[in-house]
Write a protein that binds this ligand. Sequence first.
Ligand SMILES: [Mg+2]
Length: 163
Amino acid sequence: MALSVVVFDVGETLVEETATYERWEAEGVTAPPAFEDRDLHADALPCFAALCARGLRLGAAGNMRAVHEEFLRTHVDFVGSSERWGVEKPAAGFFERIVEEAGAPAGAILYVGDRVDNDVVPALAAGLRAVRVRRGAHAEVESPAGTVTIDSLAELPEALERV
Ligand SMILES: [Mg+2]
């Protein structure tokens, strides 16, 4: 089955969480605001462009507040948050909802995330494909044998041949 949809986790996969939280603290933010484009890892938008050029449909879905969905909608075809969907990773229901939103069979969907426990393992269990991007607070966790693992989203277009 050909791959047709790529769905990204948000925290540390697209958004550079540590730097963003540090900036909020430095700015004296009292209530955490919504993420915005400047919070994205530098490799996120070029990766979206490269995947779009290959005719792939894109999504972004993660365990997060619904307020973070808005800035992502300008970059991908569909967005989901655990808050709006009422289900959190690693629950199977989260990935079933992705399949529904993607409008494609699970085997045609790739989920890209930084966590083995919350992203890779449950995505594969739900019949999706998975790529692990190794960065952020969970970077030291080993990928299970056979997991396609990359260090940057810049490597994702090439990694598609291996999933
Ligand atoms: Mg994450």
